[in-house]
Design a protein around this ligand. Sequence first.
Ligand code: NAD
Length: 497
Amino acid sequence: MKDLFIDGHWVASVGAQPGRTVLNPYDASELATVAEADPADVDAAVTAARRAFDGGPWRTTCARERGELLRKLSGLLVRDREELARTESLDTGKTLAEGRTDVDDIVAVFRYYANLADADAGRVVDTGNPHAISRVVHEPVGVCALIAPWNYPLLQMSWKLAPALAAGNTTVIKPSEVTPLSTLHLVRLLEEAGLPDGVVNLVLGGGPTVGSAMVSHPGVDLVSFTGGLATGQKIMAAAALGVKRVALELGGKNPNVVFADADFDTAVDYALSAAFFHSGQVCSAGSRLIVQDTIHDAFVAELARRADAIRLGNGLDDATECGPLVSAEHRDKVERYIAQALAEGARLVAGGHRPHDPGLQNGYFLRPTVFADCDASLTVVREEVFGPVLTVERFRDENEAVQLANDTEYGLAGAVWTGDASVAQRVAGALRHGTVWINDYHPYLPQAEWGGFGKSGIGRELGPSGLDEYREAKHIYHNIRPEPMRWFAGPATGGDQ
Ligand code: NAD
């Protein structure tokens, strides 16, 4: 299995690990078997990236040319849109429509950073000295280890890879071992686009083996990771030993606050998509609904009715609204949260079980689940479930809404629904979350920063800051007419004092 891409060549692992089987979560059928790397492959990949950075042309290629290569890649992604969307749907279980949206967003991200690549020539700083010139310029950080999760396999990788390449870095990339297929396709497209050897190196395999070998490798300068909080903590600790740059995009427990004056039907509709889009396996999922008490009961009733009507099925089937969870192991974890919520006193008003449909028995499905009568003492309200589980809390006034919405160790995203623009602005300003939507949920833009307050992460992806993660700032001070300074005004020559 020549599935590793190292120094411009497709190679097999040098280790003796058996390949890893990739499953379709819709029916547990086998999609592919791919190579499993071992630390020696990681070493070869980092060595190739190091050589390409230190001696290769990429970092010194003019920024406009780097942008052009990314634009060419965008064109290839557009050409292969349908195949990529299908691969993502098969690998993750998401609907084909979601897969297509992912590819469109990926294209937009590569185009955005293609345009940004040569947009910054640094800045000139006033030295206060007519004989000196001072400039601040940006340079690539070096070899970047990019590690992605399984929920948006290609999208999350692209949020890292596009700015890393635009800035002139070289990379070793690792998709989640659960969903490697679309990233394999992307690397073939990078090869087709003419990326120089060693600039992108692909390794496949498990986190504790391959991922941790990437993080601790002395040849790596920067680690960018998207995934769970516990993994992020380990990565940050390991990277600290080498004082590596670290960017972390971690989980979320995202509040969706609905005031009584919001449009009722629209708010219910969005509460469903906020929580159950991609079966809730979204870092910014609106999994914590906080509803004003005067509309609470009617809201919960309508929410439960509509959650019960969500059509589960094969992501490739046009009629499907929601696919399965990504793996049996992940569904087990979500089911444990459901059992714990019941044990701790949450009131189940929708779902809470696997579907009864005989056609869905082999896949990792769970019915969209809604719990009412929740508060922050419940584990299911505090911890990220990362599945189709929505909890509902109630609030009386604006202060209480803000207090509840900020009562989380995370801080990735949140939303507020109201017909009153001043309430909307006040609440948006008070929320301690990296993205706040007003009367909407989920949209993000390549031009706008994405990332978390609190334990949702460190650093930002997307926007100009997303590029800055991959650049060092360097101050160059040029004294055009140097003369002796005479700070130390002793004799020009002389002996000991
Ligand atoms: P995960 O932490 O289990 O794995 C993510 C990646 O890290 C995988 O490639 C995995 O192989 C690798 N990994 C695991 N252990 C490692 C280690 N010790 N060293 C190095 N690499 C290691 O996360 P997941 O289950 O794949 O993804 C779900 C999580 O990702 C959720 O918590 C979700 O909120 C988060 N997420 C966050 C964002 C965001 O933008 N903030 C986006 C998507 C997903």
